[in-house]
Structures are given as structure tokens and as C-alpha cells.
Write a protein that binds this ligand. Structure first.
Ligand code: CMX
Length: 142
């Protein structure tokens, strides 16, 4: 049964991700000044980021610090400076969602799921397909 927090097929807003130059400096605002709880800090080598996960109830905020300037977040920061990087929808069946998007000729960054933070299966949809927002789909680890 679906709840008010998710769609019929189990989609829900999982997180909003913000690109930052330095996690610890950014955490002064989000954790100390705003009072959000820091759940975890994790390095995701494949995506080239160090991720701080902050609890915001049913969803969370992720702060993304690049591991190097050549990574997607490093390039984003060089071009735009810190700011909103992507939104993430939690999904129940990422392969089915990707298949449907492929059938609809949607511009995907990842045709097949990769492993992201927390061991989730993830895939990105190109901002040109979504109205200018980088979109991550994420199927949490069972
Ligand atoms: N949000 C919105 N638009 C974005 C964007 C973002 N985060 N990043 C790039 N764009 C836009 C650019 O503004 C540009 O638009 P215009 O052509 O109108 O100028 C267009 O997309 C292409 O941008 P680019 O800088 O030339 O492209 P890049 O080579 O930097 O690649 C992207 C952009 C999205 C394909 C690349 O960053 C990517 O593959 N991202 C997916 C992986 C990722 O972001 N991983 C980090 C997070 C991992 C995690 O959270 O675990």
C-alpha cells in the first residue's frame, strides 16, 4: 500500500544535493546553526564525492564535496560555484523506470544502474530532459 509520502509505484523525494567546496565548513551552517542532525559522512569513489547526509524528516539533504576538480561535482563548482546540484527520487524498481525512460527516448546519463551512497542502485537523468535539473533515481539497498 502506498502512503501519502510516496506515489502509487513507490516514488518519493529521497534527497536534495548541494555542491560545496568543503564539507566541514558547510556543516557549521547546516548542523551547528540550523540544527540538522548529521546522519553519516561517506566517500563514494565511483562518483568522486564525499557526502554528508543530514536528516530532514522523511527525506534528507546531502552536501557533496568533490574528491578532485576533474569529478562531476568538481567541474560543477568550477563552472557555477556552490549550489543546488541535483534532486533524487527514491524508486522501488530502477530497472523498470530506466526501461520506460529509454522507450520514451529520454536523455539518460546512466543507461544501467550504478552503485551509489549507502549501496543504493542509482542512475542519473540528464538535466536537458528534466527542465534543467539533474535528476538521480535511487533504489535503496534491500
Ligand atoms: N544541474 C543542472 N544543470 C546542469 C548540471 C546540474 N548539476 N550540471 C550540468 N548542467 C547543465 C549545464 O549547465 C549545461 O547546460 P548548457 O548546455 O545549457 O550550458 C549542460 O548541463 C551540460 O553541462 P556541462 O557542464 O557541459 O557538462 P558536464 O560535462 O559537466 O556534465 C553532467 C554534466 C550532468 C552530464 C555530469 O555532471 C554528470 O554526468 N553527472 C552525473 C553524475 C554526478 O553528478 N555525480 C555526482 C553526484 C554523485 C552522488 O550524489 O552520489
Amino acid at each position: 500500500m502506498h502512503t501519502q509520502n510516496e506515489t502509487k509505484d513507490g516514488k518519493r523525494l529521497d534527497h536534495i544535493a548541494i555542491a560545496v567546496e568543503n564539507l566541514e565548513e558547510s556543516l557549521v551552517f547546516y548542523k551547528e546553526n540550523l540544527g540538522l542532525t548529521l546522519l553519516d559522512i561517506e566517500v563514494v569513489e565511483e562518483q568522486g564525492v564525499r557526502v554528508a547526509k543530514l536528516c530532514t524528516g522523511n527525506t534528507h539533504i546531502e552536501l557533496l564535496e568533490p574528491l578532485s576538480p576533474e569529478t562531476p561535482v568538481g567541474k560543477f563548482l568550477a563552472k557555477n560555484g556552490p549550489g543546488l546540484h541535483h534532486i533524487c527520487l527514491g524508486v522501488k524498481d530502477i530497472k523498470a523506470d530506466l526501461d520506460l525512460l529509454k522507450q520514451r527516448n529520454t536523455r539518460l546519463i546512466n543507461d544501467e544502474p550504478r552503485i551509489g551512497a549507502g549501496g543504493a542502485q542509482i542512475a542519473f537523468v540528464h538535466p536537458k530532459a528534466t527542465g534543467g535539473v539533474l535528476l538521480e533515481l535511487s533504489q535503496p539497498q534491500e
